[in-house]
Design a protein around this ligand. Structure first.
Ligand code: GDP
Ligand code: MG
Length: 159
């Protein structure tokens, strides 16, 4: 019985919570330290999908834009709008690099939703336009994190 290994790549603007999400899912921890790094290329977690053992390898990414976000003093609202605007570009990059793979759009930090300048309908409309499943999540509160990866594994195995 061969174990299935799936590579998952988390992309998005700096400070949206990519590293935190991977740490939460694979290690069960959350920290506030902005500049933390996982220190390895990826973390793994084993799950069962329809009785099948699946090993998820979660690859973290950090681009120049992250360093910009750190050095630049930013307002949360501004940063939110920027990261929202960048979503179609991220999707395009992924499609260009790896083709049409199972993809989700995650709105993280919903524990801060009072501060959000992105309306639900806006986010949902974008997901629809990009033809991806949409999740609202909070890595901090551990809301909808495992659901995201379960969905991706499921979707991948259906292909
Ligand atoms: P990355 O640059 O996308 O990897 O973002 P990080 O994982 O480094 O997270 C950036 C900051 O957002 C850190 O201070 C995290 O603690 C914080 N953060 C991540 N997820 C959440 C969340 O769900 N809620 C809140 N309130 N903060 C979060
Ligand atoms: Mg990071």
């Amino acid at each position: 019985d061969m174990e299935v290994a799936i590579k998952v790549v988390v992309v998005g603007n700096g400070a949206v919570g990519k590293s935190s999400m991977i740490q939460r899912y694979c290690k069960g921890i959350f920290t506030k330290d902005y500049k933390k790094t996982i220190g390895v290329d990826f973390l793994e977690r084993q799950i069962q999908v329809n009785g099948e053992d699946v090993r998820l390898m979660l690859w973290d990414t950090a681009g120049q834009e992250e360093f910009d976000a750190i050095t630049k003093a930013y307002y949360r609202g501004e940063n939110t709008i920027e990261s929202f605007k960048a979503i179609p570009t991220w999707k395009e990059k992924v499609v260009t690099e790896v083709g049409d793979i199972p993809t989700v759009l995650v709105q993280n930090k919903i524990d801060l939703l009072d501060d959000s300048c992105i309306k639900n309908e806006e986010a949902e409309a974008l997901a629809k336009k990009l033809k991806v499943r949409f999740y609202r999540a909070s890595v901090k509160e551990d809301l909808n994190v495992s659901e995201v990866f379960k969905y991706l594994a499921d979707k991948y195995l259906q292909k």
